[in-house]
Design a protein around this ligand. Sequence first.
Ligand SMILES: [Zn+2]
Length: 64
Amino acid sequence: MKRKEIDPRIDLASEDAPREWFVYLKPGHHLDGAHCFGAGAQIKATMRRVRPCSCHDCMKEEPK
Ligand SMILES: [Zn+2]
């Protein structure tokens, strides 16, 4: 499974083990205040909880 098949808001997802992902969100998104997190087989359900983020780091990294 490629990251774009999971969710377009994912910047980088490494599959550490089968169905074990470590996800980095694109700037402007967060999950419970975090920009990266580990996720298992329920990664798509987890991504539904991702919310827009306007923290200092996300604003700084916003594409021009
Ligand atoms: Zn942020």
